[in-house]
Design a protein around this ligand. Structure first.
Ligand SMILES: *[C@@H]1O[C@H](CO)[C@@H](O)[C@H](O)[C@H]1NC(C)=O
Ligand SMILES: *[C@@H]1O[C@H](CO)[C@@H](O)[C@H](O)[C@H]1NC(C)=O
Ligand SMILES: *[C@@H]1O[C@H](CO)[C@@H](O)[C@H](O)[C@H]1NC(C)=O
Length: 491
C-alpha cells in the first residue's frame, strides 16, 4: 500500500514536471507609428522566453523574421477579410497558399494555428460578422486540408469572453450567449471534429474598468480576494471564474474536453487610474507564476496556452475603448522594460537590444512663451491629432504636469512622431523650441520620449480612425463586462 502510494506520488510528480510550461506566449501587434524592427522583436521574445506568438495578420516582415526562429506562430486573418474568404473557397485557398504554405515551406515559419477573424461576435460589431465567420472558418479549414496541412495547422476563431455568460451568476451556470447559442454550438462541434482548440480572450482589467464596484483584489492572482464558493469549487480570481464559466458552457453542451487557448490577457500601464506599472506588474507577475507552475482552474487542472497581451505598446491603435488601449505592452514601444518581472528559473525581464533612436533632443514649450497665447490651444490640438497624447489624461502618467509641462509633452510627442523633421518644432511658432536637456518630469513617471529611428523622414500619417481600427477595437472590447463574476460577487 505504502509502496503503491509512493509510485503514484512519483507519477503525479513526474506529470507535474511535464506540465510546467517551457515558455511564454504573447501577442505581437503592429499598430505603431514607429514599430521596432522585426528582427529585434524576435530577439526580444527569445531573450525573454517567449516561444509562441500570435499575429493579427500575416505581416510579411514579421513572418520573415519569425522564420527558423524556433517560435511557434498563430497567424490571424483580419475581420475585414472574412467576407471574401466566407464566400469563396478559392479566396481561402489563396490565403492559405500565400500566408501559410509559403511561409512554412519557403521561410521555415513554424505556423501552428490560423486565427480566423478577431472577436467577430463582439456586441459592438452589431452582427456584422455573425453570418460570415463560420463559413470563413470552414473554408480555411478545407484549404488547410487541401494544402496537406490538416494535421499540423489548426484553424480557430479568437472570441471575446462575452460569447458566454452564466445563467446562475456562478461559473457552474455557464452557457453560450442566447443570441449566438446555435452558432457557437456549430463552431464548437466543427473545432472538435477537426481537433482544433477554441480560443478565448479574457480581460480582468476590463471587468474592473467597466464596473466601479468590481472588487479590485479579485482581478489579481495573488489571493487577496475573499474566496467565492461555487459547489465544490472555490474561486479567488476572475480569470479562473471566467475560464470555468466557459468550461461549464462546453460541458453543458456536450464538449467537456474541447481544448481551449487563452488568446489574450494582460494589463495596461497608462491611460486610466487603474492602468499603471504597479498594477500591471502585480497582474502579470501573478500570471507568470501561474504559467510557470502550470496549475489550472478548479474545472481544468491543466493550464491552457495563454497568450499575453501584449508584447509592445502601439501608439496608433484606436482609443475608442479608452486611452489605456495604447499601453498594453509588457514593454514600451521601443522594447524598454516598464516594470521588473521575475520570469522564473533565475530570469528577469530584459529589454530589447540594438534599438536605434533619433538624436537626444526634444521640442518643448519656449521658456518665454505666454500660457495665455490664443494659439496655444489650437497648437496643442494639432500636436495631439498627429501624435499620441493619451498619457496626459486624468490619472495617467503625465496627468500631473502643469500647463507648461503639458504643452511641452504634446509638442515633443508631435516632434518625435514626425521623426524630428526639420521645421516640425517650428510649426508651433514662438510657442516651441528645441532643447537638448531632457525635460523629464522629475520625480514622476512621465517620460518625454525620443522616438525610434525608423530611417524614414516623411510626414507621419494621421492616426487611424475608428472605422479603420474596427479590427483593433476588437482586442479591447474583450470589454466583456464579466457579468458572471460581477453578479457572483454582488449577489
Ligand atoms: C495574406 O495576408 C496579408 C496580411 O493580412 C494580406 O494583405 C494578403 O492579402 C493575404 N494574401 C492573400 C493571397 O490572401
Ligand atoms: C532580478 O531582479 C532582481 C530585482 O528586481 C534582482 O534582485 C535579481 O538579482 C535579478 N536577477 C538576475 C538573475 O538578474
Ligand atoms: C494638456 O494638453 C491637453 C492636450 O492638448 C489638453 O487637452 C489639456 O487641456 C492640457 N491640460 C493643461 C492642464 O494644460
Amino acid at each position: 500500500m505504502v509502496c503503491l502510494q509512493y509510485v503514484l506520488m512519483t507519477i503525479v510528480f513526474l506529470l507535474g514536471e511535464n506540465l510546467v510550461a517551457d515558455g511564454f506566449a504573447c501577442n505581437w501587434g503592429l499598430q505603431a507609428s514607429h514599430p521596432l524592427p522585426p528582427d529585434i522583436v524576435v530577439k526580444l521574445m527569445k531573450d525573454n522566453g517567449f516561444d509562441k506568438v500570435k499575429l493579427f495578420e500575416a505581416d510579411p516582415d514579421a513572418m520573415e523574421a519569425l522564420g527558423k526562429s524556433g517560435i511557434q506562430v498563430m497567424v490571424g486573418i483580419p475581420n475585414d477579410m472574412l467576407a471574401g474568404i466566407a464566400s469563396s473557397v478559392r479566396v481561402a485557398e489563396q490565403w492559405v497558399e500565400r500566408n501559410v504554405s509559403h511561409y512554412l515551406s519557403n521561410l521555415g515559419v513554424d505556423i501552428r494555428y490560423v486565427a480566423v477573424g478577431n472577436e467577430p461576435f463582439l456586441k459592438t460589431y452589431n452582427n456584422k460578422f455573425t453570418q460570415i465567420t463560420f463559413p470563413a472558418l470552414q473554408n480555411i479549414q478545407a484549404a488547410l486540408i487541401k494544402a496537406g496541412l490538416g494535421r499540423d495547422v489548426k484553424a480557430t476563431v479568437p472570441l471575446n469572453a462575452d460569447v458566454y455568460q452564466s445563467d446562475s451568476g456562478a461559473p457552474s451556470g455557464g452557457n453560450f450567449r442566447p443570441d449566438i447559442h446555435a452558432l457557437m454550438l456549430s463552431i464548437v462541434k466543427f473545432l472538435s471534429d477537426n481537433a482544433a482548440p477554441l480560443t478565448i480572450n479574457i480581460y480582468p482589467f476590463l471587468s474592473l474598468y467597466a464596473d466601479s464596484h468590481f472588487p479590485l483584489e479579485f482581478a489579481f492572482f495573488d489571493g487577496g480576494a475573499a474566496p467565492i464558493v461555487d459547489g465544490p469549487a472555490t474561486y479567488t480570481n476572475v480569470f479562473d471564474a471566467n475560464y470555468d464559466t466557459l468550461i461549464s458552457a462546453l460541458e453543458k453542451n456536450g464538449y467537456p474536453n474541447l481544448p481551449v487557448i487563452v488568446g489574450e490577457i494582460g494589463w495596461p500601464t497608462d491611460g486610466d487610474t487603474n492602468a499603471n506599472p504597479r498594477l500591471a506588474r502585480r497582474f502579470n507577475q501573478g500570471l507568470i507564476a501561474r504559467i510557470n507552475g502550470g496549475r489550472g482552474t478548479p474545472k481544468r487542472p491543466t493550464l491552457p496556452d495563454i497568450y499575453m497581451f501584449s508584447l509592445l505598446d502601439e501608439d496608433i491603435k484606436s482609443i475608442d475603448p479608452g486611452n489605456f488601449e495604447r499601453h498594453w505592452g509588457v514593454f514600451s514601444f521601443d522594447g524598454a522594460v516598464k516594470y521588473p518581472l521575475d520570469l522564473g528559473r533565475g530570469r528577469n525581464l530584459t529589454a530589447a537590444k540594438g534599438v536605434r533612436y533619433l538624436a537626444r533632443q526634444w521640442c518643448v514649450m519656449a521658456p518665454d512663451a505666454d500660457l495665455a497665447d490664443p494659439s496655444l490651444g489650437p497648437s496643442l490640438s494639432t500636436a495631439c491629432t498627429y501624435a499620441d497624447c493619451t498619457s496626459l489624461g486624468f490619472g495617467s502618467s503625465c496627468g500631473q504636469l502643469d500647463a507648461r509641462g503639458n504643452a511641452s509633452y504634446a509638442f515633443n510627442m508631435y516632434y518625435q512622431t514626425v521623426n524630428q523633421q526639420k521645421g516640425a518644432c517650428e510649426r508651433f511658432g514662438k510657442l516651441s523650441v528645441i532643447t537638448r536637456i531632457d525635460p523629464g518630469y522629475h520625480g514622476g513617471s512621465c517620460r518625454y520620449v525620443i522616438m525610434i529611428d525608423a530611417g524614414k523622414h516623411e510626414v507621419a500619417k494621421k492616426p487611424r480612425t475608428s472605422a479603420a481600427a474596427g479590427v483593433v477595437a476588437g482586442f479591447v472590447a474583450a470589454a466583456a463586462v464579466m457579468m458572471v463574476v460581477v453578479e457572483l460577487v454582488s449577489g
